[in-house]
Design a binder for this molecule. Sequence first.
Ligand SMILES: [Zn+2]
Ligand SMILES: [Zn+2]
Length: 137
Amino acid sequence: MSKEWRWTRQRKKVLEALGARYDHPTAEELYGELRTKGEPISLATVYRTLRSLEQEEAAQALHGPGADRFDARTDPHYHITCDACGRTVDLEMAYQSTVDAAARNAGAQVRRHLLLFCGRCPDCAQAERSEPDAQDD
Ligand SMILES: [Zn+2]
Ligand SMILES: [Zn+2]
């Protein structure tokens, strides 16, 4: 099996595994999933593949607190890392292109911006609102 062929195959497997998830996994989480499925891949290869997918803009990295998380969704969208459940989820809100315009006004050459909110995800915020004895402090 040629090196090139193996690389192409591993790249495809990583992208498939990433594309099937909506929870923005870390490289280690993806690695764990691929190994569980019996894929003969190393953690270093998973990292390398994710970085190259990021460079080709076939995936995006979220550089937040803790390990980088990866997303197969590459259209500009926002995320929140939840204090309560620990997940990093997509936020359904419009991309604020005025932020890019403001950065251009400050003299920068901008392709786009990334925003990672901190707080409670919509699910946890909702659960908290409907929890009757949430104010027990
Ligand atoms: Zn949450
Ligand atoms: Zn996302």
